[in-house]
Design a binder for this molecule. Structure first.
Ligand code: UDP
Length: 557
């Protein structure tokens, strides 16, 4: 039987449980629906065996799939993936076809990413009407409004990623489109930056802004100035983030099928147009036993998780035939982790330490390797992904074009009762306002586990500041392992992200938190460091800057 915290039960009740369903029945529904995929390949006894395995890992909160799977598996909606990228081509018909498909996907709890780079720039000619084009940013408004409208009836608030190439003539308008703190609240935005752009920003030089309609140079701009503008906007509101688009494409497993131009809303899955990806995460807090990592258990969990996510592809109900074709052709899955901060605390390793960076590499290296092995093993039983001969894995036997991806786990980490993704603790204590305006103090249970008791004065300090650093009488060692996101220097956020990225097929969703005092120059440095560290993307958030980042925490309300 599943044991859940009160918060977890509240979340499940709000959006995940079907009428009259208990949490236990939810996990049973998901295990049954997903394991039905096994019937396509083997006898009923095999499906029954996997149903049991899938149920066990979910019940124990050792592995959870992304929210749409929990919500929709075994229901008439049946759409199970969290991440999509849709094409936006340069015609009114195609733009609105994309809006329509976006609506259909968001109704099911899926997030959508778009590259707007193919749209002709503002002021360019429109032949059929003899008019002037209004440009990508104006069309993004249509997507944003549509998302607003779906919010009410959908499974959860829709989330979008808007991407524009750094070489698009409208790039400046795009970079600043969220700086008023009001516009495009349903979008995260990212500039797709090339190696050439960073080289020129570092050495001095201009890049060409090119009209995608005819390939002609529209104007030129100093790369360094553009990077300054990106950093300044991100300083104000958190947007835009950076996509290191050439690094992303160096790891594109199917280059023959096209160049990757965009990612899903939180950035962890770069995808081709019409591709989707279903995600799932292993709860790392469950692999620590008596102060040590149980590697055998981790290996077992990876195997079950890879099989689970692969099964999802077969039982999923796709919102569009082209999406089904891409999903079944490449069979991408995204296995990630949650509870990294909890694991570090249990092992008494500070987040901002070389030891943590080394462990991140070892741990994710292990998961990535085992996921690859599990996918190869599955291919022997069920066949390789159909596009394998058009992929970098040509000649090999492999079931999935990608296996790993680090998602934010915003909701599923709360259901599992652990820290989200690979993020550090956000606060060790705070006062929570609950329904009816009552104020309830909250102290991080992991802290209480380590310190056993706190004086009234210490409690007061912690609740007021959210951190341990000013509380007197707390041992240095404890202060060191309970540093919060804003107290950890940006370089350590980046180092941990890079350590995980090195062993992740897709990308890593991570926020580099900054203190209020950080400058645009600091942010520029972070973007350059991200480039040098071979990251696929970077998002920053400065304390106290406007709520410019799409707030994905609606499920908790
Ligand atoms: N997502 C979304 N809306 C949300 C939260 C998430 O569409 O409100 C999508 C988005 O593509 C994101 C992905 O789900 O990148 C994974 O987010 P997360 O891990 O936080 O989802 P969870 O499974 O925990 O709900």
């Amino acid at each position: 039987m599943v044991k859940l915290s009160e918060t977890a039960i509240e979340i499940l009740k709000a959006r995940y449980l079907r009428p009259g369903e208990t949490p236990q029945e939810l996990f049973e529904r998901v295990a049954r629906a997903v394991s039905e995929a096994e019937l396509l390949y083997g006898p009923a006894s095999q499906a029954a065996r996997w149903e049991e395995e899938f149920l066990k890992v979910m019940e124990n909160l050792e592995f959870l799939p992304n929210s749409p799977t929990l919500m929709n598996a075994g229901t008439p909606l049946g759409q199970l993936a969290a991440c999509f990228v849709l094409p936006v081509e340069d015609s009114i018909e195609e733009i609105f076809a994309s809006v329509s498909l976006m609506a259909k996907i968001q109704k099911t709890g899926g997030g959508t990413g778009f590259s707007f780079s193919r749209l002709r720039p503002k002021g360019d000619t429109v032949k059929s009407t003899n008019g002037k084009a209004s440009g990508p940013v104006s069309f993004m408004k249509v997507f944003n409004c549509a998302t607003d409208a779906i919010k009410q009836g959908g499974k959860r608030r829709g989330a979008n990623m808007g991407v524009l190439s750094v070489n698009h003539p409208d790039v400046k308008e795009f970079i600043t489109c969220k700086t008023d703190g009001k516009s495009f609240q349903n979008f995260n935005i990212s500039v797709a930056c090339t190696d050439d752009f960073f080289q020129k920003a570092l050495k001095g030089g201009e890049i060409e802004l090119i009209n995608p309609r005819d390939g002609k140079v529209w104007s030129r701009v100093k790369a360094d100035e553009l990077l300054d503008l990106i950093a300044e906007s991100a300083w104000k509101t958190g947007d835009p983030g950076i996509l290191y688009i050439d690094e992303i494409n160096r790891h594109n497993p199917t280059p023959a099928l096209g160049r990757i131009e965009a990612t899903n809303p939180c950035g962890e899955v770069p995808l081709l147009p019409y591709e989707e990806c279903n995600l799932g995460s292993i709860n790392l807090s469950k692999i620590v036993e008596k102060g040590r990592i149980n590697w055998e258990k981790l290996e077992r969990l990876v195997k079950v998780a890879v099989r689970f996510l692969d099964c999802v592809i077969d039982v999923n109900r796709y919102p569009h035939p082209e999406i089904e074709k891409m999903a079944k052709g490449n069979r991408k899955i995204g296995l990630g982790v949650m509870g990294w901060a909890e694991l570090l605390i249990e092992l008494e390793i500070p987040y901002d330490s070389e030891e943590a960076v080394e462990l991140a590499e070892r741990l994710m290296g292990f998961i990535n390797r085992k996921a690859f092995e599990a996918s190869a093993e599955l291919a022997k039983q069920k066949g390789s992904f159909p596009n394998i001969d058009k992929s970098v894995y040509r000649g090999k036997t492999l079931r999935n074009a990608t296996r790993t991806s680090i998602a934010p786990t915003g909701t599923i980490s709360m259901i599992a009762g652990t820290t989200p993704s690979i993020e550090p603790l956000f606060a060790v204590g705070y006062v929570k306002r609950v329904l009816g305006g009552r104020r309830v103090p909250f102290i991080e249970p992991l802290l209480m586990k380590k310190v056993k008791e706190l004086s009234l004065q210490q409690l007061k300090e912690i609740l007021e500041s959210g951190t341990l650093q000013r509380a007197e009488g707390i041992p240095e060692k404890i202060k060191r392992i309970f540093k919060t996101a804003h107290e950890i220097a940006p370089e350590w956020h980046l180092k941990i992200q890079a350590a995980f990225q090195k062993h992740t097929d897709n990308a890593v969703s991570k926020t580099v938190n900054l203190p209020k005092s950080a400058t645009p120059e600091d942010i520029k440095e972070i973007f350059i460091t991200g480039y040098k560290l071979k990251l696929k993307g970077v998002t920053v958030f400065r304390e106290g800057s406007k709520e410019g980042v799409v707030e994905f925490k609606v499920d908790q309300e």
